[in-house]
Ligand binder design. Structure first.
Ligand SMILES: [Zn+2]
Length: 364
């Protein structure tokens, strides 16, 4: 996607640099020569600072330190204050992992269709599947990825004997990647009890989950513990953020008691091998297709959805985003510039389906 604002484009390239470094290895252990995007971005930041008579970062590690410590609105750039807040950082100040904002900026700048590309990360699972025969297998695989965010030797052995996902053995081996050093402390790794994914080490005695959905309650409980020698693997960051997070919400919605309480209502999870997250059909055949979008930054989500071209699908945002920012949907709509009714919260979706159901002469 082409971002029109020069400084927004530059900070997005900083985000892309961090994502590229994160995919190589631990952000704190990189060495020369830097990846091309890193050197190019550092040069542009230094030039911008010199033009503005500000002190530039002296090196790539210096730039990374800025990302840790300096909120975006404090950079010597003219960034829109209606997009970012005083707390907007590219790296989590305590754990050093990429913030959700950073991954979203990188996605927005690095793709012509940011939402479409994020939704097709699962395309690797499609070859060999035909629509009718294998929809069930596909759903089984998606549920497995949500239920097993971390694989160790024992889970892999069980997978080999499981009929449902055993056929995806090779795909699973390529999807899951070894956990990097930042998830390890004193020879151990720990998962978050809420989502089951690995938590990053913070200081000498604390851990932090990268998901804002897990951090919103303030305290984070420990789930499972592994030894580093147990060959622990987990899904890549973009998958965790753009596929895993929304999948949890889609599963929650598919089993929502209010939907289950409407006899004859049909709810399909990931129909068309993941073409949508949900397809909801009323007894008289009225259909609503839903895509769940769980973005930290509503302005960036609006910019991303403006590029998607999909004007029919309902874009549903998890309730916890709205609880934190009551203006979230209004901000998305403002930056999207399209039909406001295309966006709603989880709760609003349930209300809309209830209305559709009653209009068809069903229910009370
Ligand atoms: Zn978590």
């Amino acid at each position: 996607m082409m971002l029109e604002d020069v400084d927004l484009q530059l900070i997005s390239d900083v985000a892309r640099t961090l994502v590229a470094l994160d995919e190589i290895d631990d952000l704190l252990s990189f060495c020369l020569p830097y990846p091309p995007i890193a050197q190019r971005t550092l040069d542009r930041i230094v030039l911008t600072c010199l033009v503005d008579e500000a002190t530039p970062p002296g090196s790539l590690p210096g730039l990374v330190k800025w990302c840790h410590e300096r909120p975006l609105l404090k950079w010597p750039l003219d960034l829109p204050s209606e997009v970012f807040s005083e707390e907007s950082l590219l790296l989590d100040p305590s754990s050093g992992v990429l913030t959700e904002l950073c991954v979203e900026l990188a996605q927005l700048a690095g793709s012509r269709t940011p939402l479409g590309e994020a939704a097709t990360i699962m395309n690797d699972a499609k070859p060999g599947l035909t629509r009718q025969e294998n929809q069930e297998d596909y759903c089984e695989l998606r549920r497995f990825l949500v239920d097993s965010p971390v694989l160790d030797n024992e889970v892999m052995r069980q997978v080999g004997f499981t009929v449902d996902v055993g056929r995806f053995d090779e795909l699973l081996s390529s999807l899951y990647q070894p956990a990097s050093a930042r998830y390890e402390r004193d020879g151990g790794l720990i998962s978050c009890r809420e989502c089951g994914d690995l938590m990053a080490s913070v200081g000498d005695d604390d851990w932090s989950c990268e998901r804002e959905a897990c951090r919103r309650t303030g305290h984070q409980e420990i789930g499972k513990i592994w030894l580093a020698s147990e060959n622990v693997r987990h899904l890549p960051r973009r998958h965790r953020q753009f596929v895993g997070g929304p999948a949890r919400v889609a599963i929650r919605l598919a089993g929502h008691p209010e939907l289950l309480a409407m006899p004859g209502l049909r709810v399909d999870l990931w129909p068309g091998l993941g073409e949508y997250d949900l397809r909801i059909t009323t007894p008289d055949g009225v259909e609503a297709t839903v895509r769940v979008l769980d973005w930290h930054n509503p302005a960036l989500l609006g910019m991303a959805s403006r590029e998607s071209g999909d004007r029919q699908t309902l874009h549903v945002v998890p309730d916890y985003r709205i609880d934190r920012d009551p203006n979230y949907i209004a901000t998305v709509v403002r930056w999207d510039g399209g039909d406001a009714t295309r966006f709603c919260s989880e709760s609003e979706l349930i209300r809309r389906i209830q209305d559709l159901y009653r209009k068809g002469g069903h229910g009370a």
